[in-house]
Design a protein. Structure first.
Length: 193
């Protein structure tokens, strides 16, 4: 018998040493790793989700995304989202992002603990895949999350973390062009104010 554990408490992996594999959620179960046929739900490296929604003003984060990683994120406060964050496992998602005065943009987003930086709190860190000339702290950001890419992971180096984030960007950009996901660009939620 082989055992795959899905801990109910985040950051408690040390409690599951007898398991053959420990994953964050069933979204991360790869049947082919265990000699079984893979799930057929995956579409070009992404898992479609029933859309879920987040809205809030853009807030200052830890300041490491732009400065340390070279990846400017539009962080959102987690206040008021504890139930939603507990429903969705830590990982990398992609979606459409609406800024009322600027338009709708493709986005890739990390929700989680950022193990490389050992965060103490779960964060919401969207990266709008567009070059902006200025920041937009305080502006309302509306998200329609439509798909999942991968579980949160730790990395042996900053370079490997940055490379993986850029790979996530490429996956999200390609996926959001697929009809399955592109139709959500017109979701009225993105343009509400």
């Amino acid at each position: 018998m082989e055992v795959v554990a899905v801990p109910s408490l985040p950051k408690q992996l040390h409690l599951y040493t007898a398991a053959d594999e420990v994953i964050n959620s069933l979204l991360d179960l790869r049947l082919e790793k265990w000699g079984l046929p893979p799930f057929e739900d995956w579409v070009e490296g992404t898992l479609p989700l029933d859309p879920w929604y987040i809205v809030g003003p853009v807030v200052k984060g830890f300041g490491r995304d732009s400065k340390v990683l070279g990846i400017p994120t539009a962080n959102l406060s987690t206040k008021g989202y504890s139930d939603l964050l507990s429903e969705h496992p830590a990982g990398v998602y992609f979606d459409w992002a609406g800024l009322s005065a600027r338009g709708v943009f493709k986005m890739v987003m990390s929700i989680g603990w950022n193990p490389y930086f050992n965060n103490k709190e779960k964060t919401i860190e969207p990266w709008l895949l567009h070059d902006f000339n200025e920041d937009f702290y305080g502006e309302e950001l509306r998200l329609v999350i439509v798909g999942y890419i991968r579980p949160e992971a730790n990395f042996p180096s900053l370079e490997s973390l940055v490379a993986k984030i850029h790979e996530d960007r490429r996956v999200a950009e390609r996926a959001l062009d697929l009809p399955l996901y592109s139709s959500f660009k017109n979701d009225s939620y993105l343009r509400s104010s």
